[in-house]
Write a protein that binds this ligand. Structure first.
Ligand SMILES: Nc1ncnc2c1ncn2[C@@H]1O[C@H](COP(=O)(O)OP(=O)(O)OP(=O)(O)O)[C@@H](O)[C@H]1O
Length: 268
């Protein structure tokens, strides 16, 4: 069983590097509801961090804070590569390379793959028109290099509706990496997917690490999260109930820990 000492040891080892993103003493209240309570959270370069917790634990509030949708209550601090950012917003987070991959419905189903790949960031010709040729070619390259799609059946001109759930998530993750995301937030990317499609999506998650980027992975299913992450945060009632180095806690111990936290609310 991991304990606070283990988590601290892990953090100390990683502290040789500066976190990509760090939240210090972040509290977030909505009226009477305290969704986050004095949360300290960090993601280091090249690290995949899992975020676990029961319904209402504060996972969405935490990632929405990272994404700039919520501002912390006074006293909370956000750092990006060690620099304190005072004016945190969606635009700022995005400009710094924080990208989010939602459940599969985030793509435009009736649009071709290449259109989805460049949505909102379309390259233009010198006359200001959409550079469709470049988007098609670049999409084709990304699909074979990053997504391993060599089959002629998966073509950049195919509309997204024809793709499987795992392939759609592949497009979303590849899109994030292509736009130089430093930190990819994966918000329940396996929801509603079959076993095979889930496997495909988890492989794409691993590709984020291979590309030297970082990710925060939220999922209710610990069997999906555990295999692909380096560290795990457990949230409970808005607090960080534990931080674990995956290499130092087995899945069984983690499950026990989650049950105990949910039952007793105790912190590490
Ligand atoms: N905009 C809001 N206004 C009021 N309360 C909110 C708001 N957003 C979240 N909450 C409350 O904050 C608490 C944490 O919610 P949050 O959605 O962050 O939890 P979660 O861990 O993501 O839950 P789930 O796994 O069910 O999605 C809940 O009690 C929720 O009702």
């Amino acid at each position: 069983m991991a304990d606070t000492a283990t988590a601290t040891a892990t953090a100390t080892k990683a502290e040789a590097k500066t976190p990509v993103i760090e939240l210090k003493n972040v509290t977030k209240t909505f009226g009477e509801v305290r969704s986050l309570s004095d949360v300290n959270f960090a993601v280091y370069p090249g690290e995949i961090v899992g975020l676990l917790g029961d319904n209402g634990a504060g996972k969405s509030t935490l990632v929405k804070t990272i994404m700039g949708f919520h501002s912390p209550d006074p006293g909370g601090e956000i750092y990006f590569h060690g620099e304190r950012i005072h004016e945190w917003s969606v635009a700022r987070a995005r400009s710094l390379g924080i990208e989010t991959v939602y459940q599969e419905r985030a793509l435009c189903e009736k649009q071709p793959i290449w259109r989805n790949m460049f949505m909102g960031r379309e390259p233009r010709t010198k006359w200001g028109l959409l550079d469709v040729k470049r988007m098609r070619e670049e999409c084709s390259r990304l699909m074979s290099d990053h997504m391993g799609f060599t089959s002629a059946a998966v073509h950049p001109d195919n509309v997204v509706t024809t793709m499987s759930g795992g392939e759609k998530q592949g497009v979303a993750i590849t899109r994030a990496l292509h736009f130089d995301a430093e930190l990819v937030i994966l918000d329940e990317p396996t929801m509603g997917l079959s076993l095979t499609e889930t496997k495909k999506t988890l492989d794409f998650v691993s590709s984020i690490k291979k590309a030297g980027k970082s990710a925060v992975f939220i999922d209710h299913n610990i069997f999906h999260v555990y295999p692909v992450v380096d560290r795990l945060y457990v949230l409970d009632r808005g607090r960080v109930a534990g931080v674990y180095n995956k290499s130092q806690i087995s899945m069984d111990d983690l499950i026990d820990r989650l049950y105990r936290v949910a039952r007793t609310g105790e912190l590490e």
